[in-house]
Design a protein around this ligand. Structure first.
Ligand SMILES: Nc1nc2c(ncn2[C@@H]2O[C@H](COP(=O)(O)OP(=O)(O)OP(=O)(O)O)[C@@H](O)[C@H]2O)c(=O)[nH]1
Ligand SMILES: [Mg+2]
Length: 389
């Protein structure tokens, strides 16, 4: 990270007059580095060049900077050049470049200005009390042994990794059995309807094959709907060409609330939401509409946040100060049609081998919300044990 500098020489067409020797070619002696500025505060980018005999141009995101009075203050003191952005707002975030040029050549350097928003959602960054309250959690329906969570979403969204993360938190050591794919795989790595449990907590997670745009690839929409209703048994091997039907010998024809899903979690990768195919979105909307009809609560877990935001990658505790994360959540909200308060950004274990409390806290915040929603759902059925169909 840090600023970058480049310099390029260009020949002048007319020979220099003997009386005025050409100025020396500018070079950047000290570049400006990426800068994090708190919303509402001033941020200054400052660099030093080898000469002050230059024309100065500032750019933002590759375009000439439109200077706003009392907002952008450009200064040159000798060979030092600076730009101060007053009273920063999220619109000021971007890549800033200074170009210095004269007859003998030019030089430039660029850096990111990242505006830390005022925290717009708070997270409890201590995990112990959250883990304890989930470990002691009592389901509000005596007939229900476990709250059941189904994770669905596009191929490679991070469904299996999310289950791994939650299991890692409860088991107290890194869990990597729920097979997560390498990033390069184009097809779903998970093919079975696999159930995972964690430690002694009364929660079960169902991992699904990813949703694909093609009709005959990935998990079938009808299979996910059948799983929501409790018709699909554990370990069922999905067949992309044909959805499970009533005459299949594994079909659970009379599911109880214990076979049903109690909370549907849509998993979306923050770095892929913009390129998600409309057909995949449409399939997810169909599933969500069916879950709504059944009254099943739904949340969105937005994974891979470290791939879209440098501020968050460096310090997960700043996630709710990041403009980029907010934008990605808004994009998820618009594309999937879910309100912002149902979207939880998180980072999964994928390269680290040691437990990370901030990562755990973010996942625990999201998961706790899923647990309360699932519990509210089964509470409604506390006197009837039958499926709602
Ligand atoms: N950087 C980063 N990578 C992640 C994160 N979560 C998952 N990954 C990576 O994303 C890739 C896909 O993750 P999986 O968990 O296999 O995704 P999936 O949704 O189960 O995929 P399928 O089962 O193939 O449909 C893997 O390489 C993970 O290591 C995250 O929060 N950050
Ligand atoms: Mg998977």
């Amino acid at each position: 990270m840090g600023g970058s500098s480049s310099s390029s020489a260009s020949c002048s067409s007319s020979p220099p007059r003997p009386s005025t020797p050409p100025p020396s070619k500018p070079d950047i002696v000290s570049v400006f580095a990426d800068k994090q500025v708190k919303e509402g505060q001033d941020g200054t980018l400052s660099c030093e060049a080898s000469t002050g005999d230059v024309t100065v141009k500032w750019e933002k995101n590759g375009r000439s900077l439109e200077c706003v009075m009392d907002k952008h203050i450009k200064r040159q003191i000798g060979k030092t050049f600076s730009l101060t952005i007053k009273d920063t707002t999220k619109e000021d975030e971007g890549n800033y470049t200074i170009n210095l040029s004269n007859r003998s050549g030019s030089a430039s350097c660029s850096a990111m200005v990242i505006v830390e928003l005022n925290e717009w959602r708070t997270v409890q960054w201590k995990q112990d009390s959250m883990i304890t309250s989930l470990k002691n959690f009592k389901i509000n329906n005596d007939n229900i042994r476990q709250l059941r969570f189904l994770l669905h979403g596009p191929v490679g969204a991070g469904k299996s990794s999310t289950i791994n993360t939650i299991k890692t938190i409860f088991d107290g050591h890194q869990f990597i059995n729920c097979l997560a794919a390498s990033d390069l795989s184009g097809e779903s790595f998970t093919t079975k309807y696999q159930k995972y449990t964690a430690g002694a907590v009364p929660f079960a997670f169902y991992d699904l094959m990813g949703i694909e745009k093609d009709q005959l690839k990935g998990v079938q929409t009808d299979d996910i709907i059948s799983a929501l209703k409790g018709h699909i048994p554990d370990d069922y091997e999905f067949k992309p060409q044909a959805a499970m039907c009533e005459d299949n010998r594994y079909y659970i024809s009379d599911p109880t609330l214990n076979d049903q899903i109690h909370c549907l979690v849509s998993v979306i990768a923050a770095d892929k939401v913009a390129i998600m195919d409309n057909k995949v979105i449409q399939k997810m909307k169909t599933i969500r509409a069916e879950a709504s009809k059944l009254g099943i609560p739904q949340l969105v877990f937005m994974t891979r946040v470290d791939n879209v935001c440098m501020l968050t990658k460096e310090n997960l505790a700043k996630i709710y100060q990041s403009k980029k994360i907010k934008e990605k959540m808004e994009e998820c909200s618009t594309r999937l049609g879910v309100p912002m308060n149902c979207i939880f950004p998180l980072k999964n274990y994928h390269e680290e081998t040691k437990q990370n409390e901030k990562l755990n806290c973010l996942a625990l915040e999201a998961f706790t919300q899923a647990v309360y929603s699932a519990n509210d759902y089964v509470k409604k059925f506390s006197r009837k044990d039958k499926c709602v169909e």
